[in-house]
Design a protein around this ligand. Sequence first.
Ligand SMILES: *Cc1c(COP(=O)(O)O)cnc(C)c1O
Length: 361
Amino acid sequence: MGIGQYNFSAGPAVLPKEVLTQARDEMLDWHGSGMSVMEMSHRGSEFMSIIQQAEADLRALMGIPSHYHVLFLQGGAWTQFAMVPMNLLRGRHTADYVYTGIWAEKAIEEASRYCEVKLAASGAAQGFHMIPPYSQWNLNPEAAYVHYTANETIGGVEFNWIPETGEVPLVVDMSSDILSKPVDVSRFGLIYAGAQKNIGPAGLTIVIVRDDLLAEPLPGTPTMMDYRTHATHGSMFNTPPTYAVYMAGLVFQHLKQTGGLQAAAERNRKKAGLLYAYIDGSGFYQNPVALDCRSLMNVPFTLRDPKLDELFLQGAEQRGLMQLKGHRLAGGMRASIYNAMPLAGVHALVDYMQDFIRLYA
Ligand SMILES: *Cc1c(COP(=O)(O)O)cnc(C)c1O
């Protein structure tokens, strides 16, 4: 981001300035190696130390127990929509999915190619503006796993609780809220996340999977889509996305230095609290999501008169408030305020929203 600008993009998204500065300083010569990280052999000792440190830091940040593998993969979260059923069905024929919005829908569509998908719960009747209460969920004890989407990046709906699924492994798409708050990893069978929302550059996908779930995948599963391939080779079966792993590692270190996930969660609550309180009190802007499941990461909002949308976006850019346009499927505006968005950025946005009302309402 340029000086004095704030980037509200939903992804690829804002990164900590300190991390970008360090990457700049190390660009041509990483730690006296005489090389850029981009130029290193992935099997050399320099890059091995980078990926091992990244894994150790992620384990420390999230408190990942030793009986979980951490995999650094490619293909985005979307590839996980297929890899999850291919690997976790383990002889079963059905899986439970929680339908909370557009990303859950994409996961469901892809899983339907491999198994019978049962909807354990759906927010469709409420326009996906709320998460169906757990008391109304219909969980199937025969399901191979239960899948849900921790944060619907487009709808702005986020779980602030972890579903209880008993013996059935719980699988979560955490692409847009991983590392935004502490989570109890031991509650999950598998966590996956594309890196480009809250971790680092695009091109890296993180999978955290419990050892006992690594099993024979569906017949015909490509080698690269078998979790065991990557688990047994320390994510080094083929060339991993080396530079993206390095950048993610810098973000992990930055998070550790700034107080870990507890401190990140406090900053995120403060930022989101400020923005939602302003929206709700404005009488001009509106967020449709139920109070108890509003996303702390992605805040969609509409203007009282959609004819003013273009004017709002133009004025925002003039003030250095970038990429506030809502998703094409949702319309309106969306402010993504991931870990790396400073509180000052949210203050600048609220100041602008106030000024806009004075001028145009
Ligand atoms: C962005 C996003 C995806 C898709 O990620 P890709 O890395 O583009 O495949 C999936 N799920 C959620 C929740 C997302 O935010």
